[in-house]
Design a protein around this ligand. Structure first.
Ligand code: SF4
Length: 433
């Protein structure tokens, strides 16, 4: 029986699915549902927004979609393509464009045991309505630094060539152009050659954690890596040569250590210290930021005294058991992370959390309380990122035990803002100077 308070089913996005060839269909009557932890739920109508430009739709191989049957009043697993009887139907998910945060994941049922994990993307719930694709999400940041409409391919390649000759002997610039701009099409590296907004500064070939969702290092049987890890540590003068002009000239300039194509930058503390000193000797303009697992508080404090403006602390969960199950840290834990935040704040620095939003885990009541505790150490900003990981594989790997009282992602943000009014929310590192 259709929920009384819900708008008529005809006003709801219908279930999307795909066939073996990847052709996409909308179901004749099943409605789009969402996944929250292990629970398959019917999102509110207003949870759906038109699929943002720059998003992608991914077919989930050997995974059956789940839709809501408004007549029967219950979810239904779709094993077969109703338009091609005898053929399997595969689930579909939305990989949201940057600056948009997922409210629900795409629900699916695995066709067999032991499926290899899905690639390291986020998988938001999606549907079809009035000729358009929709997804359960909201715009969490109005900064347009990674909007596809602002990336002119020809101009990027022209500037990349110019940078190659301008910095012919600079290994960092060579890495950024050959790998990040041309191979991985990294938006930050593309903004670097366009001399605007946030530029990436990878420095570390090694790490002191083994994240289940690491983009640059994975063990046998894990998801495929998304980027090769940088194989060398640039020199301080190479970093300064490449980044000082960016700090001096780029609008809303930020240079950020700690990228997907490297390990943990704090392990290169001495190099970062010298590079920051060199950059700040040349200019006080722009923001010098560090994306980090915050494992080494002494290094964080030393870099702050050298001129580091902000740190962004990666966080899959503020609860000890899930934090450790995901990061699998070597020689540090949440205690060191907290101490890094304290020391950065004690020295007047800016602290963001890079929160990997995972509906059903991130918005549990217990997680909310743990996030409040961490934020009360002085956190200024929470970046609401979509956790890029195979949902069911991840929950099994961290031995997730649902509490059963989820707030909803939007309500979580509202409650955090009520609890700690100075907290700001977004998606990207904010420019501070
Ligand atoms: S901290 Fe970063 S580099 Fe290290 S394992 Fe985790 S994701 Fe990978």
């Amino acid at each position: 029986m259709w929920p009384r308070l819900f708008p008529h089913p005809s006003r709801f996005p219908r279930l999307l699915f795909a066939d073996r060839e990847g052709r996409i269909y909308d179901h004749p009557y099943l409605l789009a549902m969402g996944l929250s932890g292990f629970d398959v739920v019917l999102p509110e109508r207003e949870d759906f927004i038109p699929l943002p430009p720059g998003s992608a739709l991914y077919v989930l191989p050997e995974r059956y979609p789940v839709g809501y049957d408004p007549e029967a009043g219950k979810p239904e697993i779709l094993y077969e393509n109703p338009y091609r009887p005898g053929e399997p139907a595969y689930a579909l998910a939305a990989y949201l464009a940057p600056a948009h945060t997922q409210l629900y994941l795409a629900p699916y049922v695995e066709a067999r045991e032991g499926l290899p994990p899905l690639p390291l993307f986020s998988y938001a719930a999606c549907g079809f309505y009035r000729g358009k694709f929709w997804a359960t999400a909201f715009r969490s940041d109005f900064d347009h630094r990674q909007e596809v409409r602002f990336f002119d391919e020809n101009r990027i390649e022209r500037e990349a060539k110019r940078f190659e000759s301008l910095y012919a002997n600079n290994r960092l610039v060579r890495h950024l152009i050959r790998n990040c701009v041309r191979r991985y099409r990294c938006p930050a590296a593309r903004n670097f050659v366009l001399r605007r907004w946030e530029a990436p500064v990878p420095t570390s070939p090694s790490c002191n954690a083994r994240c289940l969702g690491c983009l640059s290092s994975q063990e046998e049987g894990g998801p495929h890596i998304a980027q090769e890890r940088i194989s060398f540590a640039p020199e301080p003068h190479e970093i300064a040569e490449a980044m000082v002009p960016h700090l001096k000239q780029a609008p809303r300039a930020i240079v950020s250590f700690g990228q997907g194509c490297e390990g943990e930058p704090l392990l290169q503390g001495k190099l970062l210290w010298e590079a920051i000193k060199l950059m700040r000797r040349e200019t006080s303009r722009g923001t010098i930021n560090l994306n980090t697992n915050a494992s080494l508080p002494e290094e964080v404090e030393r870099l702050r005294t050298a001129g580091l403006d902000s740190i962004r602390v990666s966080l899959a969960s503020a609860r000890q058991r899930y934090y450790e199950a995901y990061f699998r840290p070597k020689g540090y834990g949440l205690g060191e992370v907290r101490e890094s935040i304290r020391r950065m704040k004690r020295r007047g620095g800016f602290v963001s959390l890079n929160l990997f939003v995972f509906p059903g885990l991130t918005d549990e009541e217990e997680e909310f309380r743990a996030l409040c505790e961490l934020a009360a150490l002085g956190v200024d900003y929470i970046q609401l990122r979509n956790h890029a990981i195979d949902p069911l594989w991840y929950l099994k790997r961290i031995n997730f035990k649902p509490e059963g009282n989820c707030l909803g992602i939007k309500s979580l943000v509202k409650r955090l803002a009520q609890e700690i009014p100075r907290l700001r929310f977004g998606y990207f590192n904010p420019p501070l100077r």
